[in-house]
Write a protein that binds this ligand. Structure first.
Ligand code: CA
Ligand code: ZN
Length: 303
């Protein structure tokens, strides 16, 4: 039976000193309710940005303490089901996103959500790509606000974080202290306006603690393959670190020389942009599953 966590436990930073909202064991499943990234404060297209409480932006529900998790372990989080609300919100404006210098004010747009689409206007319905913006664990050092991504995860705004995907996080604090929020009905790579189609929602996840293995950045696995998600000051740095993480991760799993593996990554791997608008930007390096299959590579087998 799965357990439930509601938005009464919203946090605004990933912090190893936050009191857990719930304790679970490795193998347990939890259903987590989330606000949208504005803590549901935007109720119409007339909501004034000056009315918003800006201390309540990017809430995440949690943190969840996973009993077996210790620093140096990996927390595996399988996204079993992702449900979203019936209404989405987007925002852009002055100093926001890639085009922040085009605007003097803020603009807000409300999107009715239908079964498979977000309604943009009378001409266009946008296919849904339900995904999670903020997901992660407590960082090793200082608290990190939920608007900023990093090695702990956080605001990675990566469109591959969907139902059916599995994430692997480096554990830095006892219990890992997992939290999530900031769901999107749809978002394109880059998230150029500074928002996706922001929605409240409910996610069901299953936790598993993996011992005897360590990673330095979040790893995503889905049907199609795997990707390291790396956040940094610049896209250059993020993208190159993601490549290095992947090569360093795969090399011990194959008999290939480093130069041949590098050629393989150049031929079959994909350098992709997740988002370019948050305080750190996020890039990913994706390797298709057929490469893993060809060399019989299984992720994090327990020794
Ligand atoms: Ca976000
Ligand atoms: Zn968002």
């Amino acid at each position: 039976m799965s357990r439930n966590l509601t938005t009464t436990t919203a946090i605004y930073a990933f912090d190893k000193n936050t009191e857990p909202a719930m304790k679970v064991k490795s193998g347990e499943t939890v259903t987590i309710e989330t606000y949208d990234c504005f803590t549901n404060q935007i109720t119409s297209e007339h909501t004034k940005m000056t009315e918003l409480n800006w201390d309540q932006i990017n809430p995440a529900t949690g943190p969840i303490y996973i009993e077996e998790a210790e620093p140096g372990d990996i927390l595996k989080v399988k996204i079993d089901e992702l449900k979203i609300g019936e209404r989405g919100v987007m925002l852009t404006g002055k100093n926001q996103g890639v085009l922040g210098d085009y605007f003097d004010e803020f603009d807000v747009k409300i999107f009715p959500i239908e079964e498979d689409y977000a309604v943009f206007d009378e001409n266009l319905k946008i296919p849904l790509n339900r995904m999670i913006g903020v997901i992660g664990v407590a960082p090793e050092d200082e608290p990190v606000n939920c608007g900023t991504p990093g090695p702990h995860g956080g605001n990675m705004d990566t469109k591959l974080i969907t139902e059916g995907a599995t994430l692997y996080f480096p554990v830095s604090a006892p219990g890992a202290l997992f939290a999530t929020g900031d769901f999107h009905a749809a978002m394109g790579d880059g998230e150029i306006s500074v928002s996706g189609i922001e929605v409240p929602g409910e996610v069901t996840v299953t936790f598993e603690v993996i011992k005897q293995h360590t990673i330095s950045h979040p790893l995503l696995e889905n049907e199609d393959g795997i990707a390291f998600l790396v956040s940094a000051e610049t896209l250059d740095e993020a993208a190159k670190t993601a490549v290095r993480e992947m090569v360093d991760f795969l090399h011990p799993h194959t008999d290939l020389s480093l130069s041949h593996l590098t050629m393989l990554m150049s031929a079959a791997g994909q350098t992709q942009i997740s988002q370019i608008v948050d305080p750190l930007v996020t890039a990913r390096f994706f390797v298709p599953r057929y490469v893993l299959d060809a060399y019989g590579i299984q992720l994090f087998q327990q020794k």
